[in-house]
Design a protein around this ligand. Sequence first.
Ligand code: SF4
Ligand code: SF4
Length: 429
Amino acid sequence: MTVSPPAFHIMTKPRGAICNLDCDYCYFLSKEHLYPGSSFRMSTDVLEAFTQQYIEAQRVPEVTFSWQGGEPTLMGLDFFRQAIVFQQQYKKPGMVINNAIQTNGTLLDDEWCAFFHEQNFLVGISLDGPPDLHNVYRHDKGGRPTHTRVMQGIRLLQKHRVAFNVLTCVQAANAPYPLDVYRFLRDEVGAQFIQLIPIVERDNTTGYQEGAAVTERSVTGKAYGDFLIGVFDEWVRRDVGRVFVQIFDIALAAWSDNRPGLCVFEETCGLAMALEHNGDLYACDHFVEPNHYLGNLLEVPVVDMAVSGHQRQFGLAKRDTLPQMCRECEVQFVCHGGCPKNRILTTPDGEPGLNYLCDGYKAFFSHIDHPMQVMTAELHNRRPPANVMLILARKEAERRRLFENVGRNDPCPCGSGLKYKHCCGKKRR
Ligand code: SF4
Ligand code: SF4
């Protein structure tokens, strides 16, 4: 008998791929063709069966329902009111139920936001930075920009004191401007929780993870690494403990020997599936395609699909197909080769399966090593990791003082044994 994992996660798409917007790089809009003629609305029967099976399968005290799309608010509020009713009906004694919804924010009004506040929803808002960077790819079906409408949604969430995070896609247009994006999110939006998700979009006609070509909208590995470094250098000097950037938290977890909490940086995956509007379950949100179809929950319980041979193999392949280059990489402990959906490169010695973002991951994770070590040491000593800001500021002041009056022919203050003009002085020039 196969033992089920204590917990697994399902991302639910009650409206399938249907959305009121038409963002150029959306990976899900094309899934509409999987269900020709469908209403793309989750029925009450599917919602109830899912709620019951999902709760029943979890052997942990806390369960999170994640609603996504397409645009899930297109289901209307009554659908979510019904979802809460089923959750209360089927929850186990003492169990805590959470709800998270990912939305483009353009359809929110006072009623939605009051509901989110009352039911304690965590709302994820997709926003790619200031208007000129956001509007490049994120527009509606008529090609009109969406930034103003997204910001109106955010202001409503704030008015109703709804917890929200911002999901920013890092793509070709905004990647060169890390500080403009980050400062906008921090200072103009007032975002405290930020995700910086790389856009790596396959250039094919199927919409599946096929072929090795990527679109021009995709961010390159180097550009993604530079973007993360740009944001990190600002964050680590002034925002630690008050702004939370998901990939920085993941890094700190890895440096301090904890689990990352995001499948992309886990050694194996397979515990985060995707549910379509009609009850069809797929291996992952990024693999909603026939090859990774697990079954329909009206016919097979979700727990059986979660432990099926296909799904276990899917999750283990992340580790088992890792190229030797990754196995020997010094940042493998945090990177784990990244998400399999992006493993489309070949290593210099000809092995397939290298992540398209490898350059960026390597540069970023190497760049943050020292501050991460400082934060980890603070944590081990039961002090706040935010102390890193003070420690770095002191070090930088000390360094400035050392270099202040150094002459070209003096020994370099960095301790290399070289003359200043042949060492740090040369770099500065
Ligand atoms: S394929 Fe990627 S996104 Fe999907 S579960 Fe695995 S790591 Fe996560
Ligand atoms: S940085 Fe590159 S080589 Fe290292 S583990 Fe990540 S993908 Fe592999």
